[in-house]
Every structure is written in structure tokens, then in C-alpha cells.
Design a protein around this ligand. Structure first.
Ligand code: LLP
Length: 443
């Protein structure tokens, strides 16, 4: 099946839009050019090279604010999920807007502390395999909450806290056994998944935790998966959590926080059609309605929904080729730069950075592929795209989340530079890697 790609990125509020450029004395149209905020992407690519990650600061801030507004009727803290995009400048931008952070490793915690030391008190620490060193570092930093995922971790946490003569604030991450329609690799809320403790066993574990002097039971957490675009499973999970909160309080525990995790998806196709404020508000209702009357502080861990649409991966066409009638566009970005299509078969819109008037655009079905030596190295298969020539630029949209964060050096390919655009200015927030960087630690 071939799928026609919308050639207008127009309407994507407001980060990536086409604008008409004029040239010459007669101010003839030179065509439509994709901009990030107020800068033409062609200029960025010429100046900084490709492949190149470009993020819009205004889109990040606006999405964060919309998410925040959606929860204004309840006490809440947004703990942006660092794993989605962990660049220090993006963390700093979000911290300035009032965000806390969800971390899953000592490395992510260190990033948060470097970006904004004072954000430590708004950090939640999740993950099934926290090490003693990581736990100790988080205790020393004075984080808000440990989301504990097993009984063994509970004892390790108690031991680390005892050693520091402090008390560890914790929630158990319960597994609510709720199915969510998403890719199996990123669904987490079913019994068969490695995450959390079964909700049925939670009361027993909370009782054990409460008996330990160095542990301070303070909440319940849950996370059912990622890229979930229906809000019903969130409501279902929260309904189960609400019952648990009631039972725990009856058992005499203090439950101040409920952490519903992250996971709100984004429309990778037809993203322009969606109003994020309305969507965030639907999500907020699904989360908060089942919790009504419980008087809890809600912690939220969105990642993708904040930064996904704010980023694009810009790449240049190296070659066109045809194998037995099948057309390939070989670009200079590859699966090591953006893994999602290869790993999950994920769809990302791809648009030309410069396009002609609508009437003159010719479409063709192509595979957009990278230079890595694997057939899984593709960005699109049998996709109808406006014809692009060698040397022209393409933008792979919605790459702000789990793009650079999942990038690797496979095939000894240095990772792309990252730019944060704000209005008319662009800042290099990570310089392009060099091969020398990759060889440095090898003897
Ligand atoms: N909280 C916890 C405990 C998580 O495990 C995750 C994501 C989040 C929050 C943030 O979820 P978000 O709001 O971004 O959906 N690499 C995959 C996504 C993996 C998500 C893992 N956990 C992808 O590219 O689609």
C-alpha cells in the first residue's frame, strides 16, 4: 500500500510551517520553504550541516503550558520524562516553566541536577533496576519520590536510606493489568510485563514498607505504556488506583500522591488536525475524574506529548536509485539517528524542506532509506512523497521525542548536532559528534 504524505506541514502549530520566499527585483516566488519558528531550515542545514535535529522552544513551552493548564483544577506537578529528550537545554527550558522531572537512571538524575539543581525536590525516580549507587545519589539529592517496582527494591531502598540515616519517600508502582492499544514493546500495564508489582499484592507490600523506619509511604504510582492515543485505558487504570488508595487509607497509610505516569500519545499522522489543549483536557478528565474526592496531589510524567512535535530531523538526499522498478531515496540520516521506524515500524511524516506550488508538485512512491548496512534502516516504505532530487533536503517530523535520545553510533556514525530555535535565533545545544569523539575511549 502506498500512502500519500501531506505536503503541507502548514497548520502544525506553530513550529514547522511553510513560508513563501521571494527573490529578485521582481520579487518572484522562489517557492515555499519550511521554517522552524522564524528561521528557514535550508539556512540551518547549510550552516550546521546534516543530519540535524532542530527543535522549537516555543512549541515545547506551549505544549508544557497547555498540559499544565489541563490539570489546573487539581493540585499537581508535571514531572517531564527525561528519557524522551534529555538535552540539558531542554531540561533547563522546562525547569524554568516550573517542570519537575521523571528520571530512570543515575545519569538522568545527574542531567537534571546539572540543568537545574533546585529541581531535585520535584524529581520522581522510576525504573525496575535501580542500583544502590543510583538510589544513594537520589537520596542525597533529596528527590520527591521513589517509584518502587519490587519487594527486593524496597529492602534495598531501606538499606540505602538507613545508611544515610534518612527516610526515603516512596510510592509502589502498581501494575493495574490494564491493556492499552500501543506497540507491544512500549505497553507496560499488563501482568506479563516486567513493570511494577501486581495491584492485588500492593496492600501487603505497603504494610511491610510502613513497618520500616527508614521508609516513608507517601503515594501510589502506575504507568501503563507509551504512545497511547485513547484516554479510556488511563481512566480504567485510575479507577483501580482509586480503589487501592481507599483501601490503603483504611489500612492507616498516608497517601498524598498519585502518579499516573506518562504515555499520552501524539498523532504521527495528520498531526496538524489536532488541538493539543483539548486533547490534554480529555486526558486530564480521564485521570482526575476517578480520583475525585480523594484529595491527592497528582504527579504527571509526560514525555512525548511535550517534546515530540517540537522536533524534526533534517536530512539531505544523497542518491536516488531504482532497483527493478522500486524507487529509493537514500538520505544522509539513518536508523542510528532516528531508530523509531526500524524498531517499532513507526510512522513519521516526511516533508520536503523546499516545495513548489501545489499544482506543480509531482508525487512518486519511494522508500526513504539511510546509509546503514541493514534493510531495517528505513524512514518510510512505499510512501508517496513529492519528488525530491539529489542534494535536496527532507524533514522527518515529530522527531523531538525518542529521536536523539535513542540515537547510537552504529556503523561508527557520529550523532547529529541539535539546535534549539527560538524565534529568529538558533542555539547549538549539542555539537555534532566527530569520529574522534567515538575513538577517544578505545585503546
Ligand atoms: N513514565 C514512565 C515510568 C515511563 O516508562 C515512560 C516511558 C514515561 C513516563 C514517558 O512516556 P511518554 O509520555 O513519553 O509516552 N522509545 C519508545 C517509547 C518508550 C517509552 C518508555 N517509557 C518510542 O520511541 O516510542
Amino acid at each position: 500500500m502506498t500512502r500519500r504524505s501531506p505536503i503541507t506541514g502548514a497548520g502544525r502549530p506553530p513550529g514547522f510551517v511553510y513560508r513563501e520566499e521571494k527573490k529578485g527585483l521582481l520579487r518572484r516566488s522562489a517557492g515555499l520553504f519550511l521554517f522552524c519558528d522564524d528561521i528557514a531550515i535550508t539556512k540551518l542545514a547549510e550552516h550546521y550541516g546534516t543530519p540535524l535535529y532542530v527543535y522549537s522552544a516555543s512549541v515545547i513551552s506551549e505544549r508544557f503550558d497547555a498540559f499544565d493548564r489541563a490539570f489546573r483544577h487539581v493540585p499537581h506537578t508535571i514531572c517531564y520524562s527525561v528519557k524522551a529528550n534529555s538535552n540539558l537545554n531542554i531540561l533547563r527550558l522546562l525547569a524554568k516553566g516550573g517542570s519537575g522531572f521523571d528520571v530512570v537512571s543515575g545519569g538522568e538524575l545527574e542531567r537534571v541536577l546539572v540543568a537545574e539543581r533546585r529541581a531535585a525536590k520535584k524529581v520522581v525516580f522510576s525504573g525496575v533496576g535501580k542500583t544502590r549507587d543510583e538510589i544513594t545519589a537520589a537520596l542525597k539529592a533529596g528527590i520527591l519520590l521513589f517509584n518502587v517496582e519490587s519487594e527486593s527494591e524496597l529492602w534495598t531502598l531501606a538499606e540505602c536510606a538507613a545508611r544515610l540515616r534518612t527516610s526515603a519517600p516512596l510510592a509502589l508502582r502498581v501494575n493495574p493489568d490494564v491493556a492499552a492499544d500501543t506497540h507491544p514493546y512500549i505497553s507496560t500495564g499488563l501482568r506479563k510485563h516486567k513493570f511494577g508489582v501486581p495491584i492485588r499484592e500492593a496492600r501487603t507490600l505497603y504494610a511491610k514498607a510502613s513497618a520500616v523506619r527508614y521508609l516513608q509511604v507517601t503515594g501510589v504510582s502506575v504507568h501503563i505504556g507509551s504512545q497511547i492515543t485513547e484516554v479510556a485505558p488511563f481512566a480504567e487504570a485510575m479507577a483501580r488506583v482509586a480503589v487501592l488508595v481507599g483501601a490503603l487509607r483504611a489500612d492507616g497509610h498516608e497517601v498524598n500522591y498519585v502518579d499516573p505516569g506518562g504515555g499520552l500519545g501524539i498523532p504521527y499522522e495528520n498531526g496538524a488536525a489536532m488541538n493539543f489543549s483539548d486533547y490534554a483536557s480529555d486526558y486530564s478528565k480521564a485521570i482526575t475524574r476517578p480520583l475525585r474526592g480523594l484529595n491527592v496531589h497528582v504527579l504527571l510524567e509526560p514525555g512525548r506529548s511535550i517534546v515530540g512535535p517540537a522536533g524534526a530531523l533534517v536530512t539531505r538526499v544523497l542518491y536516488r536509485k531504482t532497483n527493478d522498478g522500486k524507487r529509493f531515496v537514500v538520505v544522509d540520516a539513518a536508523m542510528n539517528d532516528l531508530l523509531r521506524p526500524a524498531l517499532y515500524g513507526a510512522h513519521h511524516e516526511i516533508v520536503p524542506v523546499r516545495r513548489g506550488e501545489d499544482s506543480s508538485v509531482k508525487f512518486e512512491a519511494v522508500d526513504v532509506v539511510g546509509p546503514v548496512c541493514e534493510s531495517g534502516d528505513f524512514f518510510a516504505r512505499d510512501r508517496e512523497l513529492p519528488r525530491v532530487e539529489e542534494g535536496e533536503l527532507l524533514a522527518i517530523l515529530d522527531a523531538g521525542a525518542y529521536g536523539m535520545a535513542l540515537a547510537s553510533n552504529y556503523n561508527t556514525r557520529p550523532r547529529p548536532a541539535e539546535l534549539l530555535v527560538s524565534g529568529k535565533s538558533a542555539k547549538v545545544i549539542r555539537r555534532r559528534e566527530k569520529v574522534a569523539d567515538l575513538l577517544r575511549d578505545e585503546r
